[in-house]
Design a protein around this ligand. Structure first.
Ligand code: SAM
Ligand code: SF4
Length: 474
């Protein structure tokens, strides 16, 4: 499948990534677990919660599944391809299990509910099936599976936010971390399986979010991304103080921890992002000037079928408002080609909207019907696959041009960059991001710089995906 991959929300290069054992963990564990994660950032974040629960129950992480006592796949259902990848992987693990019968294999996350009986009983591929709200019961389920029982818990909850569990960070760059602020989704976009696999929306206790962000900063992290399917509808009542915390207020509280901690957030549903949020972003230098505002389609007719609750005009007015209140703000989107009944004219509307919005980046997909969704029940998936793919290719090509044009606009400008680590292509270069979320690489001329430092970089060259520059003295 064609997908633009350079993003954090659904980073193709991270699909199937194995959890890395933390290097400074001196604990001795009786047994080893191996976990692979698929799908969106929420899933990667959940794997960190699972790791924390397992560590507390005598399991240490390994990156080598051949030595694991427990293999877990944290799965995604968002598109058919994601499910196929996981099935293939399970078949491979089944072969290893023949050699090591004591080893347990478990499926976590979004595929759990829909495929539990198939995976457990029909295909006998797994020993445990655990839904996204049932990770606390994992140790008990392991015991049940060990005694030969079918270990399943796919109950969704209206309360579970894992607020009290400190995630054990997957061995990232040590500079930027994801912090889950809510779970589930109450929107009913007709193409989307998330409300069925992850349940109702619930917001996490604001105090625990602030505590986690504070701890991250103390551990040396310099950037947090607040995560949720629809962050702008974050809503938490502090009952002790009779105080209502909205997303704008949460954002402000996190920004106030220290100006040295950058704050990002994802994802914003266009219908929920308010002026109050935009004003808050404008007020604090450390809240990054970047908004991921998925449009999905540029045709009002298709948007209505998708149940996105806005029209093309309404969306464009929102983008204008962002440009007005936050000049120079980075903007990205999610786009789906070939949704039910999409005509060539609808597709042209998507392309023209993308041109108008001048997105810096997009995540682009062709429509994949998901069982149980509103669209699967109501509409016929009637756009032939080759047309979906052809339209997607046009969308990808257009985004490529828009990204390049956006990068060329930045030539000659100076950006504050947070250094995240070595450039992947050349170890003589640092790689970091601007507030607008653009990747910037620059030579390691100054020897006093290190990962986690902020520097000013003058941009002198660019590609479609990257800005290239030089450090200037502050
Ligand atoms: N909650 C976020 C939002 O509303 O923007 C994103 C949720 S989803 C994990 C990420 C993206 O996957 C969606 O924005 C959409 O573009 C894409 N997606 C979801 N369901 C899809 C489907 N059935 N076929 C193709 N793409 C899909
Ligand atoms: Fe899915 Fe829509 Fe919820 Fe995003 S807002 S998770 S696309 S239902």
């Amino acid at each position: 499948m064609l997908e633009l991959t350079s993003n954090k929300a659904h980073d193709e290069s991270r699909q199937g990534e194995a959890y890395a054992p933390i290097s400074h963990d001196l604990n001795k564990y009786r047994r080893k677990f191996y976990i692979e994660s698929y799908g969106c950032q929420m899933n990667f974040s959940d794997s960190e919660i699972v790791a924390s629960i397992l560590n507390g129950n005598g399991f240490g992480a390994t990156r080598n599944f051949e030595e694991a006592d427990l293999i877990l796949l944290n799965t995604c259902s968002i598109r058919e391809k994601a499910e196929q990848t996981v099935r293939k992987r399970l078949t491979e693990f089944k072969k290893i299990k023949r050699k090591r019968p004591g080893m347990l294999v478990g499926v976590l996350g979004c595929m759990a509910e829909r495929l539990k009986s198939k995976l457990l009983e029909e295909e006998k591929l797994v020993d445990l099936v655990v839904g996204p709200d049932a990770y606390r019961t994992l140790p008990q389920l392991v015991l049940e599976a060990e005694s030969g029982q079918k270990a399943v818990n796919v109950l969704l909850s209206r309360e579970e936010t894992y607020a009290d569990i400190s995630p054990v960070r997957i061995d990232t760059n040590g500079i930027s971390a994801f912090v889950s602020i809510m779970r589930g989704c109450n929107n009913m976009c007709s193409f989307c399986v998330v409300p069925f696999t992850r349940g109702r929306e619930r917001s996490r206790d604001a105090h625990s979010i602030l505590r986690e962000c504070n701890e991250l900063f103390e551990q040396g992290y310099k950037e947090v991304t607040l995560l949720g399917q629809n962050v702008d509808s974050y809503y938490w009542l502090d009952e002790h103080r009779d105080d209502l915390i909205t997303f704008a207020r949460l954002l402000e509280k996190v920004a106030l921890i220290t100006p040295l901690l950058r704050v990002r957030f994802s994802t914003s549903h266009p219908k929920d992002i308010t002026d109050e949020v935009l004003h808050t972003i404008a007020r604090y230098d450390n809240i990054c000037k970047y908004i991921h505002l998925p449009v999905q389609s540029g045709s009002s007719r298709i948007l209505q079928l998708m149940n996105r609750t806005y029209t093309r005009e309404w969306y464009l007015a929102k983008v204008n408002r962002i440009r007005q209140l936050l000049p120079g703000c980075g903007l990205s989107s999610d786009v789906i080609s070939g949704f039910c009944t999409e005509t060539e004219d609808d597709h042209r509307d998507t392309l023209s909207l993308m041109e108008q919005c001048k997105y810096d980046m997009s995540y682009m997909f062709f429509y994949s019907e998901r069982p149980g969704t509103l669209a699967a029940r109501r509409y016929s998936d009637d756009v032939p696959e080759e047309i979906k793919k052809k339209r997607l290719q046009e969308i990808v090509d257009l985004q490529g041009r828009l990204s390049f044009e956006s990068n060329k606009e930045d030539l000659g400008k100076i950006f504050e960059v947070l250094i995240e680590g070595d450039s992947k292509k050349n170890k003589e270069y640092w790689m970091g991001r601007s507030s607008q979320n653009k990747v910037i690489v620059f030579p390691k001329d100054r020897k006093d710089l290190k990962k986690g430092d902020y520097v000013k970089v003058h941009v002198s060259n660019c590609t479609q995906a990257t800005l290239i520059g030089n450090v200037i003295d502050n």
